[in-house]
Design a protein around this ligand. Sequence first.
Ligand code: SF4
Length: 360
Amino acid sequence: MEKVQSTTHVQGDGRARLYNFRQDELAKWFQSRGEPAYRGRQVFQWLYQHLAVTFDEMTNLPKPLRSRLAECAVIGTAQERLRQVSKVDGTVKFLLAWPDGVTVETVLMRHNYGNSVCVSTQVGCKMGCRFCASTLGGMIRQMTAGEMVEQLMFSARLLRQEGGRVSSVVLMGSGEPMDNYDEAMKFIDIIHDPDGLNIGLRHITVSTVGLVPGIVRLADDGRPVTLAVSLHAPTDELRSSMMPVNRAYPIAKLLDACRYYCRKTGRRISFEYALVGGKNDSLEHARQLASLVRDIPCHINLIPVNYVPERNLRRTPRDQVLAFQRELQAQGVNATVRREMGHDIAAACGQLRAEYAGRV
Ligand code: SF4
């Protein structure tokens, strides 16, 4: 597995941000401060097995060490600004704010197979997909690995109170993970650690708009996560009109990278296809899509697009969604319609943040 260089461990006030450390880095950090390396493991377990939020909870550490830690380190720095809970399916959407004023969304979704958390990898996004609210204000800054971990911890703590746990994670919130590759991979290493949250790589989904170099790098670096590729259109002309990234990485190049990912990792690709009324949702589109991906081990997730007021998008009627799915299946391609989560709250990526920004 490729080791990613450590990045931002320290915040503006000089205190270390502990969610930014992999376990091995934490051990080295303690050593650099004259403490035994095993303190790193102990603190890592407190953070992720016990979900500690204060150093006082870390009762197997000597009291003087706990006091020193409180002076030179912080556990989390985000504050919950808003929380929306769906009355329909229990989906919880958190809007979190960091000390520099940026906000991101993270969502807890409850499925019959477990609890999944959607994490944002950037504040805003520069990819400009036409159907997405997250990109309306452009990209403001990258999230650090620790800030991604912290998003997850809000759901982990809520679930712990209910006797549950996070079973899967999707990097599908605002931002493009491949455009913040090192931090996204470090985040995966931290949450995958068996001494911590122990989330299996197969239960981690990296969603990309189709940045080909990132897909190739991910295939090569030994983390066989689930790769979700936003395809959304079966022709370059249509895809470029919906996703500017297609001009840099057109469909043929993107699908070659997907084939490479399958060969290297043995994993199936999950192709995301947002159905937009009158745009990409005809049966002819379904047939074109099937012929593109038929030779790739894959699954297609059909997503009836959420209404984005700023984008004036039309939804595909339910019977047409099902007809599109049937056509793909008839052409020999696996397809499911994604269950809509929390449709009574502002559940589309970026919507809560956009609404909040409009209020303040
Ligand atoms: S869909 Fe994803 S990649 Fe595209 S603009 Fe929105 S957040 Fe960015």
